[in-house]
Structure formats: structure tokens, C-alpha cells
Design a protein around this ligand. Sequence first.
Ligand code: ADP
Ligand code: MG
Length: 252
Amino acid sequence: MTAVHVENVTKVFNQGRSDEVTALSDVDLSIGQGEFVSLIGPSGCGKSTLLRLIADLIPPTTGTVTVAGKPAAAARKEQAYGIAFQQAGLFEWRTVRRNVELPLELRGVGRAERRAKAEEMLELVGLADFAAHYPGQLSGGMQQRVAIARALAVQPPLLLMDEPFGALDEMTRERLQSELLAICATTGTSTVFVTHSISEAVFLSDRVVVMSARPGRITAAIDVKLPSRDEAGRQAPAYFEKITEVRKALRS
Ligand SMILES: Nc1ncnc2c1ncn2[C@@H]1O[C@H](COP(=O)(O)OP(=O)(O)O)[C@@H](O)[C@H]1O
Ligand SMILES: [Mg+2]
């Protein structure tokens, strides 16, 4: 089954007004179960818009979006995906642990199980010692890691991530990249990952989808088959070849 199917989608904001913007034009995209797909393209090309359409946070102007074979709205009601945006979006009055517990609470998971899961996720992102802190007491990068832990807490079949590592230092970023891959591999999660970084897209993805400037269109889809996604993978010739290929696709 396809995890995400976007067919013939156009998105026009403020239609019929003087500030009308065509953010996406004729977008078709199919993402397989367990596939990791990155979206890359110049600022303003509609990457976030495409992610928000898949999440059913906004409706398409024309075309259809299905998630796991269902209309995006139905998938949203069933909480078929976890989501992590560039802005952490944490609740300031909840502790770190209770922020991570929130999606589990919404699903009616019992207290003890919730707590155990939240602690496991915080361990994973290296924040076990900060469970009782409030978001305002953490750095931006730490807040972002909490948001990632929250997105992963329900082990959703689909993860939607909008530049989630953008605010992190390089070391943390590489560690979380590896952890994300490990999680996706063990849970079979499908991922749509928006990034500005060509090397990050190549390292993480099965496929890198390249978009053009406004109106956003998909101009290339590059299959990446790295021999391994570890330290050696970051030094493999195939890695650098794919980076060059994506860079060329972005330029043309
Ligand atoms: N809610 C909105 N109302 C009006 N225009 C919007 C809205 N959201 C995005 N846009 C416009 O749509 C285009 C694509 O935006 P966005 O998807 O955020 O790009 P990206 O994430 O690739 O940087 C931009 O021109 C942006 O100004
Ligand atoms: Mg964006």
C-alpha cells in the first residue's frame, strides 16, 4: 500500500484576491510504505505547504491527497501520522515529559504506560535529565529534540518533518539523523522530510524530491541507494555522487 498519494494537487492561497499566490502547481507524489522521502527546494517553493496538505492542516485547491489509502482528513482523525515542525511548538505550561505524553494522552493511553514511553523517547533524544523542566528552561535545540520525541512517541506509521534539525548543532544533528533512521527501520515508518540541506537529504533518504521556485512543482526525483547509512556511508563515493546529482537538479 502507498503511505501517501498526492495527485494533481494545486494550492492557491487567497484565490481571487490581489495577494493571490499559487504555492503549488500540478504536484504528483507517491510514497511507499516504509519509504523515506525528502523534499528539497528554494525557500518559498511550497515544501511546507505540501507537508501541511498531507497532514490535512490545509485543503488543496484542486487534486486529492490520500494517506494510507484514506482521504487525508480521515487519516488525521485516526492520528495516522506524527508531525514535527521547524518551530518546536511546545506547551510552555507543561513539563517536557508531559509535552511528550500529550499525543499519548489524546489516544487514551494509561498514565504509567505514557510515562514510560515518554521517558524512553526522551532518553533517545538525550534529554532524560530534563523531563521535569519546562520548555522555557531549555535551549532552542533542546526544545526541538522534545518536539521530535513527541512526534515519535506514538510510533506513527507516517512521520511528517519540516526542517526538524535546522536549529541543531552539527554533532546533535548527525546523531539524531542516525537515530531517526534506526527508528524508521525498526518501526517501518514512512517519512516525509523537508530540509534545506542537500547532504542531509541524501544521507537520510530513499528518494530526494526536488522542487522548483514558485509556483512549486516537482522537477526531479532522485533515487538514493547508499551502501550504508553510517559513518562509512558519509564518506562513500556514492554519497558524494548523489549530492552532486541533487545539486545539479536544484540548479536546472
Ligand atoms: N497561509 C498562507 N497564506 C498565503 N500565502 C501563503 C500561506 N502559506 C504559504 N504561503 C505562500 O506560499 C508559498 C510557499 O510557501 P511555503 O510552503 O511556506 O514554502 P517553503 O516551505 O518551501 O519555504 C510562499 O510564497 C508563501 O508566501
Ligand atoms: Mg517551509
